[in-house]
Design a protein around this ligand. Sequence first.
Ligand SMILES: [Fe+2]
Ligand SMILES: [Fe+2]
Length: 266
Amino acid sequence: MAEEKTISVLCIGDVCGSAGVSIVEQRLRPLKRAKNVDFTIVNGENAALFGINPDQAEALFSAGVDVITLGNHAFGRRENASFLDENSYILRPANLSSSLPGQGAKIFSIDKGGRVFRLGVAVLLGRVHMDLMAENPFTCADRLLARWEGQTDGVIFEIHAEATSEKTAFAWHLSGRASAVFGTHTHVQTNDARLIGSTGYITDAGMTGPIDSVIGVKPETSVEGFLTDGVNRRYQTASGDGPLCGVLFTLNNNGRCLSAETVCQW
Ligand SMILES: [Fe+2]
Ligand SMILES: [Fe+2]
């Protein structure tokens, strides 16, 4: 019997500041080699604190990233609006208005030893304690799966959300229908990577950025914001070293997830 080919997809949590970009530049290639990673998705929404600059996106792609996703800060850098339309390897949340630039879902081809695996990738915003008026991510995911019927070998959803309950319910909703669901936005890796049926899942992939920070922000600027009831909220990105955090999903030919493993690379 022929050995089954598998696809390894590494999903990396929110890259914070230029320090986070440097961490990806230093650690991604060795990690990809060590883990035989076929495809890498990175959330880059905080590379420029609120948003990402074109040169940072370029640096992440040069470091070995295949797709950059964005979350609630996708449009934090207004000057980049056209950039989202021009680069089809950057995804902004799919459940925001079609009048906004960019796209939120796309099918990518992964060449695995001569066989092409068609991986659908979509990023969706949650709605619990989130500030944007996103469409229901559950029904949006249903619609995407229906639209992609027969066109993909596997589908990975990123749920960019605050509430653990919303992320976990989202994964259960897609259990057996999506290859994997990974959460982002809360910036702290959760200890719950597992399979829900044949769907890989983690509540939050974690953050890639300076450890001496408040979820990537300079501690004193965050503390000042809380001390002043949110009035003096002048966040700055932190600097220094920290781990590259993510989750590695191994999928079979049919897009079923075989394993979900956390990655926390110093
Ligand atoms: Fe974030
Ligand atoms: Fe976010």
